[in-house]
Ligand binder design. Structure first.
Ligand code: ATP
Ligand code: MG
Length: 334
């Protein structure tokens, strides 16, 4: 309630008193000077009370705001604590499962229940490798999440990156029996311009490696694996030549995509594939190797580039993993 309304009666009395003071009938009254002082004091009192009320109102609003903030911080802390506990139990489970199996096999060999032959030793070795990968990936992820991993940013022309992807994956993909292609998606770039992206090349290669290796893992040989993409310019590329000449570098965004024709990901699993340790039901039950940390690491790397990562998939029709990075459209030097 505003103060006019809150002190409505008092202001009315004051107004009436002022009118009384000006009333000609009372001008000769000997009590008039005393009444005048009384009215002045009364006015001061109302103003003071209104001021005190205002201060207390502000204070109680402040207290309410602080209470809300404290409640929010408390909720956030509880959420962090819940995810910390979940992470600890996930780690124990993911490392504990292969270790229990190793322990069982070794004990059985010591007890003479099974022969320490090659197949069993090979199985033990693969479990030990898995634990080793897990520890490496977890260490990497924790460094990335704590922003402690040092990133080395440099500028790379898009053209060079596409060539790099071709030479990096083409041989292996075709050797493994996939129909592999890297599409050039630079056709919309205006003349005498090129797209340049600031990135830590090793890290972005790590993201691409994960996408392409996942495509290998979850697509049977004979399938299609395609690297393609898009440049988003918010209409800036459509500016006329003359207007383009006036502006220097223009900001844009580049999306890199890896599509495969494999098993795809079911709708329920899609929101979780970038979570730590998440492996979609089929991958979890199958013998396909993997820690379920690859995409969580990729997400952190892309976020450290101010980028965005995502996936689209239709079950049994393959999937498209993508990430978008900020880029610049640069004018070629004459
Ligand atoms: P690693 O840590 O070795 O990469 P991973 O490949 O199982 O193990 P992620 O790369 O994080 O882990 O992928 C998480 C899950 O997402 C996979 O286990 C799989 O279920 C699903 N997935 C990822 N890529 C694909 C793909 N191209 N097709 C189908 N499912 C996929
Ligand atoms: Mg992976």
């Amino acid at each position: 309630m505003d103060q006019e309304n809150l002190f409505g009666n008092e202001w009315k009395v004051l107004e009436e008193s002022r009118q009384t003071l000006e009333n000609v009938h009372y001008q000769d009254n000997e009590l008039l000077p005393k009444f005048k002082r009384l009215v002045t004091d009364y006015e001061r009192l109302i103003k003071l009370t209104a001021k005190i009320f205002k201060i207390s109102d502000i204070q109680s609003k402040n207290i309410k705001r602080h209470e809300d903030e404290v409640r929010q911080i408390n909720d956030d802390l509880q959420q962090i604590e819940r995810s910390r506990r979940k992470l600890m139990s996930d780690i124990s489970h993911e490392i504990g499962t292969p270790m229990t199996s190793v322990q069982g096999y070794v004990k059985a060999m010591l007890d003479g229940v099974i022969e320490p032959g090659e197949p069993h030793l090979q199985m033990i070795y693969s479990k030990v490798l898995l634990v080793n990968d897990l520890v490496d990936d977890l260490f990497e992820l924790s460094k990335l999440e704590a922003s402690k991993a040092a990133f080395q940013f440099s500028e790379y022309p898009l053209e060079q990156l596409l060539d790099l992807m071709k030479s990096r994956f083409e041989l292996e993909a075709t050797d493994r029996g996939y129909r592999f292609s890297v599409e050039d998606f630079q056709e919309n770039i205006p003349r005498n311009r090129y797209v340049s992206i600031s990135m830590d090349l090793k890290r972005i290669e790590q993201v691409m490696d994960n996408f392409v290796n996942n495509a290998f893992r979850y697509t049977p040989p004979g399938g299609i694996i395609k690297i393609h993409g898009e440049i988003h310019s918010d209409g800036l590329f459509e500016l006329g030549e003359e207007q383009l000449l006036l502006v220097g570098s223009l900001p844009c965004k580049v999306t890199f995509k890896v599509s495969d024709s494999g098993q795809g990901i079911d709708e329920e699993s899609l929101p979780y594939v970038f979570d730590r340790f998440y492996r979609a039901i089929k991958a979890k039950n199958s013998t396909t190797p993997g820690t379920g940390l690859g995409l969580a690491i990729a997400k952190e790397i892309v976020q450290q580039h101010d980028g965005h990562i995502g996936v689209q998939s239709v079950k049994n029709q393959g999937c498209t993993f993508y990430f978008t990075l900020p880029a610049m459209l640069i004018q070629e030097q004459a």
